[in-house]
Write a protein that binds this ligand. Structure first.
Ligand SMILES: *Cc1c(COP(=O)(O)O)cnc(C)c1O
Length: 315
Protein backbone atom coordinates (compact mmCIF):
# COMPACT_ATOMS: atom_id res chain seq x y z
CA UNK A 1 0.00 0.00 0.00
CA UNK A 2 0.89 3.63 -0.06
CA UNK A 3 2.71 4.12 3.23
CA UNK A 4 1.71 7.19 5.24
CA UNK A 5 4.49 9.45 6.49
CA UNK A 6 2.70 9.87 9.79
CA UNK A 7 -0.41 8.17 11.19
CA UNK A 8 -2.28 9.03 13.31
CA UNK A 9 -1.64 12.64 12.33
CA UNK A 10 -0.84 15.06 15.18
CA UNK A 11 -3.28 17.32 17.00
CA UNK A 12 -2.13 20.87 17.67
CA UNK A 13 -3.79 23.21 20.17
CA UNK A 14 -4.28 26.79 19.02
CA UNK A 15 -4.67 29.56 21.55
CA UNK A 16 -5.28 33.26 21.03
CA UNK A 17 -7.37 36.13 22.37
CA UNK A 18 -10.24 35.75 19.90
CA UNK A 19 -10.81 32.15 20.95
CA UNK A 20 -10.21 32.80 24.64
CA UNK A 21 -12.73 35.67 24.73
CA UNK A 22 -15.41 33.40 23.25
CA UNK A 23 -14.50 30.47 25.51
CA UNK A 24 -13.97 28.30 22.42
CA UNK A 25 -11.14 25.79 22.00
CA UNK A 26 -9.53 25.14 18.63
CA UNK A 27 -7.32 22.23 17.62
CA UNK A 28 -5.73 21.51 14.26
CA UNK A 29 -5.80 17.91 13.01
CA UNK A 30 -2.58 17.98 11.00
CA UNK A 31 -3.54 15.78 8.04
CA UNK A 32 -1.25 18.00 5.97
CA UNK A 33 1.61 15.96 7.47
CA UNK A 34 0.14 12.64 6.34
CA UNK A 35 2.13 12.21 3.13
CA UNK A 36 4.39 14.60 1.20
CA UNK A 37 2.93 14.03 -2.29
CA UNK A 38 -0.48 12.47 -1.62
CA UNK A 39 -1.47 14.95 1.06
CA UNK A 40 -4.20 14.97 3.64
CA UNK A 41 -7.66 14.19 2.46
CA UNK A 42 -6.42 12.92 -0.92
CA UNK A 43 -4.57 10.11 0.86
CA UNK A 44 -7.58 9.38 3.11
CA UNK A 45 -9.95 9.22 0.15
CA UNK A 46 -7.68 7.25 -2.17
CA UNK A 47 -6.73 4.54 0.33
CA UNK A 48 -9.86 2.33 0.10
CA UNK A 49 -10.12 3.00 -3.65
CA UNK A 50 -6.56 1.79 -4.24
CA UNK A 51 -7.21 -1.30 -2.14
CA UNK A 52 -10.33 -2.00 -4.23
CA UNK A 53 -8.42 -1.46 -7.48
CA UNK A 54 -5.77 -4.00 -6.48
CA UNK A 55 -8.34 -6.45 -5.18
CA UNK A 56 -10.31 -6.26 -8.43
CA UNK A 57 -7.12 -6.86 -10.39
CA UNK A 58 -7.08 -3.46 -12.10
CA UNK A 59 -3.78 -2.36 -13.59
CA UNK A 60 -4.88 1.15 -14.48
CA UNK A 61 -6.60 4.10 -12.81
CA UNK A 62 -8.40 6.81 -14.74
CA UNK A 63 -9.53 10.12 -13.34
CA UNK A 64 -10.29 13.78 -14.07
CA UNK A 65 -8.99 17.17 -13.05
CA UNK A 66 -8.21 20.76 -13.91
CA UNK A 67 -4.82 22.19 -14.80
CA UNK A 68 -3.76 22.50 -11.14
CA UNK A 69 -5.70 19.58 -9.66
CA UNK A 70 -4.23 18.19 -6.45
CA UNK A 71 -6.38 15.09 -6.94
CA UNK A 72 -4.81 14.41 -10.35
CA UNK A 73 -1.27 14.64 -8.93
CA UNK A 74 -2.25 12.48 -5.96
CA UNK A 75 -3.66 9.74 -8.22
CA UNK A 76 -0.55 9.85 -10.43
CA UNK A 77 1.80 9.45 -7.47
CA UNK A 78 -0.32 6.79 -5.75
CA UNK A 79 -0.67 4.75 -8.95
CA UNK A 80 3.07 4.99 -9.58
CA UNK A 81 3.86 3.86 -6.04
CA UNK A 82 1.63 0.79 -6.48
CA UNK A 83 2.89 -0.11 -9.94
CA UNK A 84 -0.42 0.82 -11.61
CA UNK A 85 -0.80 2.81 -14.81
CA UNK A 86 -2.77 6.02 -14.67
CA UNK A 87 -4.61 8.20 -17.15
CA UNK A 88 -5.65 11.77 -16.36
CA UNK A 89 -8.35 13.49 -18.39
CA UNK A 90 -7.58 17.18 -18.10
CA UNK A 91 -10.03 20.06 -18.55
CA UNK A 92 -8.93 22.37 -21.38
CA UNK A 93 -7.79 21.16 -24.80
CA UNK A 94 -5.78 24.38 -25.25
CA UNK A 95 -3.33 23.07 -22.63
CA UNK A 96 -2.24 20.21 -24.91
CA UNK A 97 0.14 22.28 -27.01
CA UNK A 98 1.53 24.45 -24.21
CA UNK A 99 4.47 23.81 -21.94
CA UNK A 100 3.21 21.88 -18.91
CA UNK A 101 2.63 23.83 -15.71
CA UNK A 102 4.29 22.50 -12.52
CA UNK A 103 1.21 20.50 -11.50
CA UNK A 104 0.75 18.66 -14.82
CA UNK A 105 4.51 18.19 -15.02
CA UNK A 106 4.45 16.49 -11.62
CA UNK A 107 1.58 14.21 -12.71
CA UNK A 108 3.45 13.23 -15.88
CA UNK A 109 6.70 12.74 -13.99
CA UNK A 110 4.88 10.24 -11.75
CA UNK A 111 3.89 8.28 -14.86
CA UNK A 112 0.41 9.59 -15.63
CA UNK A 113 -0.71 9.78 -19.25
CA UNK A 114 -2.48 13.10 -19.77
CA UNK A 115 -5.33 13.54 -22.23
CA UNK A 116 -6.69 17.02 -22.82
CA UNK A 117 -10.42 17.50 -23.35
CA UNK A 118 -12.44 20.51 -24.42
CA UNK A 119 -14.46 22.02 -21.61
CA UNK A 120 -17.71 20.60 -22.95
CA UNK A 121 -16.30 17.09 -23.50
CA UNK A 122 -14.78 17.24 -20.03
CA UNK A 123 -18.09 18.27 -18.47
CA UNK A 124 -19.96 15.51 -20.29
CA UNK A 125 -17.52 12.81 -19.21
CA UNK A 126 -16.43 13.91 -15.74
CA UNK A 127 -19.90 14.84 -14.52
CA UNK A 128 -21.65 11.80 -15.96
CA UNK A 129 -19.22 8.90 -15.59
CA UNK A 130 -20.56 7.94 -12.15
CA UNK A 131 -24.27 8.14 -12.96
CA UNK A 132 -24.40 7.19 -16.64
CA UNK A 133 -23.47 3.58 -17.49
CA UNK A 134 -23.02 4.45 -21.19
CA UNK A 135 -20.37 7.08 -20.38
CA UNK A 136 -18.59 4.65 -18.05
CA UNK A 137 -18.69 1.91 -20.71
CA UNK A 138 -17.29 4.27 -23.33
CA UNK A 139 -14.34 5.08 -21.03
CA UNK A 140 -13.63 1.37 -20.59
CA UNK A 141 -13.79 0.85 -24.37
CA UNK A 142 -11.44 3.72 -25.07
CA UNK A 143 -8.92 3.10 -22.26
CA UNK A 144 -9.25 -0.58 -21.52
CA UNK A 145 -10.21 -2.04 -18.15
CA UNK A 146 -9.57 0.61 -15.53
CA UNK A 147 -10.85 1.84 -12.21
CA UNK A 148 -12.53 5.19 -12.85
CA UNK A 149 -12.30 7.68 -10.01
CA UNK A 150 -14.61 10.70 -10.10
CA UNK A 151 -13.41 14.31 -10.20
CA UNK A 152 -11.95 15.17 -6.79
CA UNK A 153 -11.92 11.46 -5.91
CA UNK A 154 -15.15 11.59 -3.89
CA UNK A 155 -17.09 8.35 -4.03
CA UNK A 156 -18.47 5.97 -1.39
CA UNK A 157 -15.07 4.41 -0.67
CA UNK A 158 -13.52 7.87 -0.35
CA UNK A 159 -16.08 8.81 2.30
CA UNK A 160 -15.26 5.60 4.17
CA UNK A 161 -11.56 6.52 4.01
CA UNK A 162 -12.20 9.99 5.40
CA UNK A 163 -14.34 8.52 8.19
CA UNK A 164 -11.09 7.36 9.80
CA UNK A 165 -10.28 10.99 10.71
CA UNK A 166 -12.64 11.31 13.71
CA UNK A 167 -11.53 7.83 14.77
CA UNK A 168 -8.14 9.40 15.52
CA UNK A 169 -9.72 12.03 17.80
CA UNK A 170 -10.10 10.73 21.34
CA UNK A 171 -13.15 11.44 23.53
CA UNK A 172 -15.35 13.32 21.10
CA UNK A 173 -18.72 14.30 22.52
CA UNK A 174 -21.47 16.90 22.78
CA UNK A 175 -19.15 19.90 22.83
CA UNK A 176 -17.20 18.88 19.74
CA UNK A 177 -17.49 20.23 16.22
CA UNK A 178 -15.11 18.66 13.69
CA UNK A 179 -14.62 21.00 10.75
CA UNK A 180 -13.24 20.68 7.22
CA UNK A 181 -13.32 22.54 3.91
CA UNK A 182 -15.82 21.38 1.28
CA UNK A 183 -14.83 21.04 -2.38
CA UNK A 184 -16.76 18.02 -3.59
CA UNK A 185 -17.95 16.98 -0.11
CA UNK A 186 -16.27 13.59 0.21
CA UNK A 187 -14.19 14.60 3.20
CA UNK A 188 -17.14 16.13 5.05
CA UNK A 189 -19.26 13.05 4.31
CA UNK A 190 -16.59 10.85 5.88
CA UNK A 191 -15.97 13.09 8.88
CA UNK A 192 -19.70 13.23 9.70
CA UNK A 193 -20.11 9.47 9.28
CA UNK A 194 -17.13 8.73 11.53
CA UNK A 195 -18.33 10.81 14.49
CA UNK A 196 -19.65 9.29 17.70
CA UNK A 197 -23.17 10.29 18.87
CA UNK A 198 -23.40 13.89 20.10
CA UNK A 199 -20.47 15.31 18.14
CA UNK A 200 -21.17 17.33 14.99
CA UNK A 201 -19.42 18.11 11.71
CA UNK A 202 -19.20 21.50 10.01
CA UNK A 203 -18.02 22.05 6.44
CA UNK A 204 -16.97 25.40 4.99
CA UNK A 205 -17.75 25.56 1.25
CA UNK A 206 -14.88 26.89 -0.87
CA UNK A 207 -16.98 27.44 -3.97
CA UNK A 208 -19.70 29.94 -4.62
CA UNK A 209 -23.33 29.04 -5.19
CA UNK A 210 -23.07 25.52 -3.77
CA UNK A 211 -26.14 25.83 -1.52
CA UNK A 212 -28.31 22.76 -1.92
CA UNK A 213 -26.00 21.15 -4.46
CA UNK A 214 -23.22 20.34 -1.99
CA UNK A 215 -25.70 19.15 0.66
CA UNK A 216 -27.11 16.81 -2.00
CA UNK A 217 -23.63 15.51 -2.80
CA UNK A 218 -22.85 14.76 0.85
CA UNK A 219 -26.21 13.07 1.44
CA UNK A 220 -25.72 11.03 -1.76
CA UNK A 221 -22.32 9.84 -0.56
CA UNK A 222 -23.87 8.86 2.78
CA UNK A 223 -26.54 6.80 1.04
CA UNK A 224 -23.98 5.18 -1.26
CA UNK A 225 -21.47 4.37 1.49
CA UNK A 226 -23.71 3.72 4.51
CA UNK A 227 -27.19 3.18 3.09
CA UNK A 228 -28.62 6.05 5.11
CA UNK A 229 -28.38 9.77 5.75
CA UNK A 230 -26.86 11.51 8.77
CA UNK A 231 -28.25 14.51 10.64
CA UNK A 232 -25.07 15.58 12.42
CA UNK A 233 -23.53 17.95 9.86
CA UNK A 234 -24.05 21.21 8.03
CA UNK A 235 -22.28 23.39 5.50
CA UNK A 236 -21.40 27.07 5.94
CA UNK A 237 -21.76 28.79 2.55
CA UNK A 238 -20.70 32.26 3.69
CA UNK A 239 -16.91 31.97 3.47
CA UNK A 240 -16.02 30.93 -0.09
CA UNK A 241 -14.08 34.17 -0.60
CA UNK A 242 -15.74 34.93 -3.93
CA UNK A 243 -15.45 31.50 -5.54
CA UNK A 244 -13.27 28.48 -6.09
CA UNK A 245 -9.58 29.38 -6.18
CA UNK A 246 -10.26 33.04 -5.28
CA UNK A 247 -8.16 34.36 -2.43
CA UNK A 248 -9.25 37.92 -1.59
CA UNK A 249 -6.73 40.22 0.13
CA UNK A 250 -8.58 39.96 3.43
CA UNK A 251 -8.27 36.18 3.38
CA UNK A 252 -4.59 36.35 2.46
CA UNK A 253 -4.00 38.75 5.37
CA UNK A 254 -5.86 36.42 7.75
CA UNK A 255 -3.75 33.48 6.57
CA UNK A 256 -0.49 35.38 7.03
CA UNK A 257 -1.47 36.44 10.57
CA UNK A 258 -2.47 32.89 11.42
CA UNK A 259 0.78 31.47 10.04
CA UNK A 260 2.87 33.95 12.05
CA UNK A 261 0.93 33.32 15.21
CA UNK A 262 0.66 29.52 15.06
CA UNK A 263 3.62 28.49 12.91
CA UNK A 264 1.56 26.38 10.49
CA UNK A 265 1.74 27.08 6.72
CA UNK A 266 -1.81 27.35 5.38
CA UNK A 267 -2.95 26.10 2.00
CA UNK A 268 -5.05 29.04 0.74
CA UNK A 269 -7.86 27.64 -1.46
CA UNK A 270 -9.27 25.31 1.18
CA UNK A 271 -7.57 25.40 4.57
CA UNK A 272 -7.32 29.20 4.94
CA UNK A 273 -11.01 29.54 3.99
CA UNK A 274 -11.94 26.94 6.58
CA UNK A 275 -10.05 28.70 9.36
CA UNK A 276 -11.20 32.18 8.34
CA UNK A 277 -14.77 30.87 8.37
CA UNK A 278 -14.32 29.39 11.84
CA UNK A 279 -12.80 32.58 13.25
CA UNK A 280 -15.62 34.63 11.76
CA UNK A 281 -18.09 32.25 13.41
CA UNK A 282 -16.32 32.51 16.75
CA UNK A 283 -16.36 36.32 16.57
CA UNK A 284 -20.03 36.32 15.61
CA UNK A 285 -20.91 34.15 18.61
CA UNK A 286 -21.93 31.19 16.47
CA UNK A 287 -20.34 28.71 18.90
CA UNK A 288 -21.42 28.58 22.55
CA UNK A 289 -18.68 28.88 25.21
CA UNK A 290 -17.24 25.46 25.91
CA UNK A 291 -17.31 24.39 22.26
CA UNK A 292 -14.25 22.52 21.07
CA UNK A 293 -13.55 22.98 17.36
CA UNK A 294 -11.23 20.59 15.56
CA UNK A 295 -10.19 21.87 12.13
CA UNK A 296 -8.92 19.22 9.74
CA UNK A 297 -5.90 20.64 7.90
CA UNK A 298 -6.70 18.77 4.72
CA UNK A 299 -3.62 19.59 2.67
CA UNK A 300 -0.36 21.38 2.06
CA UNK A 301 0.29 24.73 0.41
CA UNK A 302 1.07 24.28 -3.29
CA UNK A 303 4.74 24.06 -4.16
CA UNK A 304 4.20 26.43 -7.06
CA UNK A 305 7.51 27.12 -8.81
CA UNK A 306 5.74 28.54 -11.90
CA UNK A 307 4.42 31.44 -9.90
CA UNK A 308 7.42 31.85 -7.67
CA UNK A 309 5.44 30.91 -4.57
CA UNK A 310 5.61 28.02 -2.17
CA UNK A 311 8.92 26.25 -2.26
CA UNK A 312 10.23 28.52 -5.03
CA UNK A 313 12.20 27.68 -8.17
CA UNK A 314 14.95 25.85 -6.30
CA UNK A 315 12.46 23.13 -5.32
C1 LIG B 1 -9.09 18.49 -2.60
C2 LIG B 1 -9.02 19.25 -1.32
C3 LIG B 1 -10.16 19.48 -0.51
C4 LIG B 1 -11.56 19.11 -0.98
O1 LIG B 1 -12.08 17.98 -0.35
P1 LIG B 1 -13.48 17.36 -0.79
O2 LIG B 1 -13.47 16.00 -0.23
O3 LIG B 1 -13.47 17.36 -2.31
O4 LIG B 1 -14.57 18.22 -0.27
C5 LIG B 1 -10.01 20.10 0.71
N1 LIG B 1 -8.79 20.52 1.13
C6 LIG B 1 -7.68 20.35 0.37
C7 LIG B 1 -6.38 20.88 0.87
C8 LIG B 1 -7.76 19.72 -0.87
O5 LIG B 1 -6.66 19.58 -1.63
Amino acid sequence: MLEPALLPTPLLDCTDEVLARAGVELRLKRDDLLHPTVPGNKWRKLGPNLAAALEQGHTRLLTFGGAYSTHLRAVAVAAGALGLESVGLVRGEELAGRPRNWSLRAAEAAGMELVFLSRSAYRETAARCAADAAVAAELQRRWGPCLVLPEGGSNALAAIGAAAIPGELPDLGERDVVCCPVGTGGTLAGVAAGLPPGARALGVAVLRGGEGYLEGEVAGLHRAAYGREFGNWRIDHGHHGGGYGRVPAELAAFAERFERRHGVALERRYVAKLLAGLYAGVQAGAFPAGTRLTAVVTGLPDPDPDRGQGLGPAA
